[in-house]
Ligand binder design. Sequence first.
Ligand code: UDP
Ligand code: MG
Length: 189
Amino acid sequence: MNLLLIGPPGSGKGTQGERLAARLGLEHLAAGDLLRAEVANGTPLGRRVADIMQRGELVPDAVILGLLMPRVLTAVERDGYLLDGFPRSVEQANEARKLAEQGGAAPDAVIYLDAPRDVLVERILARAEKEGRSDDNPETVENRLRVFDDATAPLVAHYRERGLLHVVDAAQDQDAVTDQILELLGVEA
Ligand code: UDP
Ligand code: MG
């Protein structure tokens, strides 16, 4: 099974992605985590994206596709992938689909984690204290939410039209969200 997990910052993509991937035996590919690892390791790619991420903008399509697609195709050779935080725009979705279709790697379902803005901001600011992510500061958070609205939110209609979309109320507690996703996938919790 191949799954996409999309949603605004703070909606719980990382938390749910980890749980679902473990439960379903999928490779968890967290786009933001992979980018942060490149930055932390000071790779050429990491040096190229550090400022962009610090501002909360999207890294260039070619960069993120180059990082993710080989991992996607490898995961598909095994039991499938759970891709968390990618795609971030309709353009990226179209590019990824072209590459994925050649490898039989198209997604089977898309889960959209939906939560009201005040819940998102509260969670991100709580996480900032614990994890110290440098883009969890108020200005960058505001820009990440704006980028989500402008670039990423149109994916909801895009995947709905393709009959792939499942909307989940991500303001529920973590266990309820996981259970609801497993149920909609037809998996025993
Ligand atoms: N990012 C990106 N493309 C992706 C995934 C992440 O450009 O496909 C960058 C972007 O700058 C984003 C940051 O990485 O603000 C952190 O992404 P992540 O998914 O970890 O965090 P979120 O803001 O969704 O909680
Ligand atoms: Mg994340």
